[in-house]
Ligand binder design. Sequence first.
Ligand SMILES: [Zn+2]
Length: 250
Amino acid sequence: MKDWKHPLLRSRMEHFRIGILLVLGITCIGLLAGAGVQPQVRGTAAGSQPLTGLTVALDPGHGGYDGGARAHDSGIWEKEINLQIALAVEKELTARGAQVTLTRREDICLAPGDTATKARKRADLKARTDLAQAAGADVFLSIHLNEYRSRSESGPQVFYQQGGEAGRLLAGALQEALVAGLKPAKVRKAMAGDYFVLRSPIPSALVECGFLSNAAEEKLLLDPVYHARIAAALADGLTEYRQLLQRVDP
Ligand SMILES: [Zn+2]
């Protein structure tokens, strides 16, 4: 029964069989590799990943009644994009061995009430830094998007609390990594500021990922592919920050 087929057809059948075997083989290797990687992702294989042992608190800025900035063309609120970016960052950091806590996973304000008062806003911000401290975070990153009246302003920019050395190192490393990873048209430097969420004892940075008031950057900031690039850059920056800390305090 084997030899009735035309030699060319037989050859094709062989190729098909070899193809199936190859696919099965690659799938098995993938499954085995996946099984080997999983414990490292959970942080049990100490030192095997660049961010193993690092606990990161990610804070998607704004939420609930507080929408933050509004995208000029699409009308989408900053709070929504901040959360999408934070989830992408969580995915990347976890894959590189970090433990990650998010201050919110939904569109909520962390302070109870139904008013838009300054006191409630302050309570919301305090709840975020309290969560980071309760999680034992080594690093706190608040994710935001910028806006400006001039639509020509663009580029990511990282802020740190004036006078905080660890925050300055952290913000500098993140800023350089964002510039290297995103290659923005406008290159900015990390800057000192005075932000409530940066005043906790945890080394902290406020990451403005780009300008929602800039037409080209708004398009990028709405794209999940760009979110993944931001995430990879921030993961690179955190790796660099850890190395800087070891040099300062071996
Ligand atoms: Zn913001």
